[in-house]
Design a binder for this molecule. Structure first.
Ligand SMILES: [Zn+2]
Ligand SMILES: [Zn+2]
Length: 315
């Protein structure tokens, strides 16, 4: 009898340990993207600061470095502040009271077991429906939706400026390398600085400068594309999915599109993440249509449909 009890106890302990391990892995997976992104931002920022201070010291007047340092810190505050706002504002239907009378375009989500409003879509990474869902951001590990789109766009803008600034600061490193003339050594130094560093062909500072310059260049191209695309769809009142399908039901004209998606004070978005009224107007449930300029009227909800029944009409 006691052997049986011992076996059951061990089995219970093993299951508890397995549950703890799975929970830990899920938690690590949840936070890993934002930790990696923050680490990259911190690395670029730290190297930029060292570069500015080094230049200041070389020119004997460290006061000359002050405006450059101030600009770097302002950009860092912009990136991290907007990143924090993005993570803090939950765009999902959790903690949102969805009205019992559904209107046109509502549909049933079998995963959330709830009717959800138009423009909401289920995210299979976040395991929840997201209001006015745009996409799931792999770098932040969260969905971009109604509540956090302004912070996302502002973060992209500050990242773009920060990477541009880093490129300017590191330009001399790249120019010095290229001036050595075309060779295999140049190609390896540019594209695989870590290999040259391991082989002892590059000192630690040159490695760090080239690595950050490479990262800034690739990051700058990527963020430029992302920022241009999101400014385009925001200007046209669309989500990424609506843009893919050429769906323009919510296009209200440039100024109102900017107000509806980025908030009434959209023109101050680039200044600071700590300005008030950074939420877009509305509730993420009801949207004004462009052709009628009137909110959607209540009518019978769409019949429950499985995944895959998504149509342009219901976007
Ligand atoms: Zn759902
Ligand atoms: Zn998601």
């Amino acid at each position: 009898m006691s052997t049986l009890l011992q076996a059951r106890s061990q089995c219970f302990q093993r299951r508890a340990a397995m549950r703890f391990l799975l929970g830990l892995l899920a938690s690590v997976g949840h936070w890993l993207p934002i930790v990696l992104t923050s680490t990259m931002v911190a690395m670029v920022f730290a190297q930029g600061n060292l570069l500015i201070l080094g230049q200041g010291a070389a020119e004997e007047g460290s006061w000359e470095s002050l405006p450059s340092l101030l600009l770097a810190w302002l950009l860092l505050v912009g990136v991290l502040g907007n990143m924090g706002l993005f993570m803090w504002r939950d765009p999902s239907i959790k903690r949102v009271f969805l009205p019992s009378h559904q209107g046109q375009g509502w549909r049933y989500c079998y995963h959330c077991e709830s009717y959800v409003p138009p423009r909401s879509h289920h995210c299979f990474e976040c395991h929840v429906c997201v209001l006015r869902r745009d996409h799931h951001c792999v770098f932040f590990g969260r969905c971009v939706g109604f509540a956090n789109l302004p912070a996302f766009v502002a973060c992209l803008l500050h990242l773009w400026l920060g990477l541009l600034y880093s490129l300017v600061l590191n330009a001399h490193t790249l120019v010095a390398l290229v001036q050595q003339g075309f060779s295999v050594r140049l190609l390896l130094s540019l594209f695989m600085p870590w290999l040259m560093w391991i082989l002892g062909q590059m000192d630690s500072w040159d490695f760090l400068s080239t690595f950050v310059a490479d990262m800034s260049f690739v990051g700058f191209l990527f963020v430029s594309g992302m920022l241009a695309f999101h400014m385009w769809i925001v200007a046209h009142g669309q989500t990424s999915a609506e843009w893919t399908h050429g769906f323009k039901r919510y296009d209200l004209g440039l100024q109102r599109n900017l107000q509806q998606t980025l908030g009434d004070r959209w023109y101050l978005l680039w200044l600071s993440p700590f300005l008030p009224a950074r939420l877009p107007p509305g509730d993420g449930i009801h949207f004004t249509e462009g052709h009628s300029a009137a909110p959607q009227t209540a009518s019978a909800p769409a019949a429950p449909s499985r995944r895959g029944a998504r149509t342009v009409k219901n976007l």
